[in-house]
Design a protein around this ligand. Structure first.
Ligand SMILES: [Zn+2]
Length: 121
């Protein structure tokens, strides 16, 4: 047995039990289903509220940090990003000490990245 929420052309909602969806369709095709309130045969299945999915589609935050290696253009690129002339993104590259210092003086946040000394066995 299956219960359908039905609705007539006048918007009367009611429930009815059927042997199966096919039974419902057969009865409906022959006009044997009528509204319990007004007797109208223009009855259709009410649109069921879709079941809300339990899983919320959380954005995939598993993205790896993308650091744009701009190489020797680092001072230029860092400056452009700082002044909004280039898309804001993490970058890395080479800069001379005085270039890095100039950037810091302009308020461009730069972080020196140490180079690991070669390990000697
Ligand atoms: Zn009705």
């Amino acid at each position: 047995m299956i219960k359908f929420n039905l609705k007539c052309e006048h918007g009367h909602g009611f429930d009815s039990w059927f042997g199966s969806n096919t039974d419902y369709e057969k009865l409906q095709a022959r006009g044997l289903i009528s509204c319990v309130i007004c007797g109208s045969c223009a009855v259709s299945k009410a649109v069921m509220a879709p079941r809300v999915a339990a899983e919320t589609s959380a954005p995939n935050l598993r993205e790896k940090p993308l650091v744009d290696d701009v190489g020797a253009k680092f001072p230029d690129e860092a400056r452009k990003i700082h002044y909004g002339e280039a898309p804001n993104r993490p970058i890395m590259g080479q800069a001379k000490i005085e270039e890095a210092q100039a950037l810091l003086e302009e308020g461009v946040p730069v972080l020196p990245m140490g180079i690991k000394p070669k390990q000697v066995n």
